[in-house]
Design a protein around this ligand. Structure first.
Ligand SMILES: [Zn+2]
Length: 90
């Protein structure tokens, strides 16, 4: 019997642990999936993107299509106009 520490751990999969290499969180995407009953929205989905580099918030956007589009493109979109990134990568 070897007495090595467990590599598997007890963490739930699919939830990234905090980066161990010292990288800071640069941005956060908040998505509220909303609440629907049948085809009626009780609470519209919404999404918001916060860049911690330039301290800018994008959105929020409301509605299923807008949220889907937002979550798909906002990262690249903001990246292209993020003042903090522009300063470091010119
Ligand atoms: Zn930014």
């Amino acid at each position: 019997m070897t007495d090595k520490p467990t590599a598997a751990g007890g963490r739930s999969p699919g939830r990234p642990a905090r980066p161990a290499d010292g990288r800071a969180v640069a941005a956060a995407l908040f998505v509220d999936l909303g609440e629907s009953r049948g085809d009626q929205w009780i609470r519209q989905p919404r999404a918001r993107y916060e860049c911690l580099r330039c301290r800018t918030a994008e959105g929020p956007v409301h509605g299923q299509a807008a949220v889907a589009n937002f979550t798909r493109s906002i990262k690249a979109e903001h990246h292209s106009r993020c003042t903090a990134i522009q300063e470091h990568s010119s």
